[in-house]
Design a protein around this ligand. Sequence first.
Ligand code: COA
Length: 390
Amino acid sequence: MPWYSRIAGWGMAVPRRVLTSRELAQQLRTTEEWILTRTGIRERRIAEPGETMSDLSVAAAREAMARAGILPQDLDLIIVATSTPDYVIPPVSSIIQHKLNARCGAFTLGAGCTGFMYGMAVAHAFIAAGLMRNILVIGAEIISRNIDWTDRNTAVLFGDGAGAMVLQASELPTGLLSFVLGSDGSGAEHLIVPGISTNAVITEETIRRKGHLLRMNGREVFKFATRVLGKVAIEAIARSGLAPDEIDLMIPHQANERIIEAACRELGFPMEKVFLNLDRYGNTSAASIPIAFAEAMEQGRIREGDNLLLIGFGAGLTWAGAVVRYGVRPEDRPIAVENWPVRLPVSLPDLNRLEPVRQAKVMALRARRQLLQTAMSLLLPFYARTRRRR
Ligand code: COA
């Protein structure tokens, strides 16, 4: 019986149109130098009129499925993370499922820029429970249509794109080894499209006041992001049972190079082990992590058996972290069902790699679980009989 969710395929798609920071500087009160030094972004992709978020998603998904060697009919579920779907109703996940000619269930998930990480965690839960085999997770945005192109605070940061992964059931210890999910709605107003809401109808006044466009408190988001990135990294690594130096590559949400550098400095995590591609795409929100993963694969930055640390943060406010193993290490063996941890999402610690005290604790936990299971199997028939008699 499979319980791990291995990364079987990955793909990405971005619009062809490149918008450089130099071009932006010609239309905004900013300079190319300012954008580069304050954010690290040189250029981003912008969807052309008529190009849809579902089209980008389908292109990325096809690439991921081809790499995984599966057909659309092999999919058990499609999860689409986005804040910028084709329509508010219907869910874009169904449009994508139809365009892919898949026959499975599909749903759209919203957790801001953290959405893809939430999608991975949900997919992992289905697979770890033994309920599904192949799940397609997509993170995609056409955020450029919600940007106020006269607001230099936001216009320089974002870009469009899509990334996808196929997570597949595996008996070997691979894929998600741990995850952490977080949310704090008290910071909701720091990153918000205030006018597209069920609290009020959209009027001409809404449009005039640019209520349909993204508003951001950059300073607050910056502070939140640097704080949460380090915290999530520590928590995700601790839950994985690995040591920090066993992380081969960090793939953070590609929001701003300065956020990532500040958090890594604080953590003592070397920047050589951090994958960055925001100079070419900017912040693509829910698409940023799967796009970065796809490019890291393409550039040979990820090898078989590598432990990756993925970290997302964004609107909500939300955050998530995961330690993910790509492929397997030579010493990895299938794990027997009774060795699974009692509480998910804490991943199975490899006993041989733990200190003696933790080894003893894990063994005690397993013994207790075994005892409970035996007691339950003995008591249940007795309980059922007495209930029937009553
Ligand atoms: N060009 C020139 N000046 C700009 C500018 C731009 N593109 N954008 C903002 N400024 C100005 C501000 O208006 C401000 O001017 P003021 O002091 O006269 O009001 C000044 O720069 C400094 O603002 P500050 O917020 O301190 O700048 P910063 O160095 O922190 O950089 C951001 C601004 C937006 C780049 C930064 O706050 C940021 O990256 N925040 C996080 C955004 C993010 O990641 N959002 C998505 C999360 S998923």
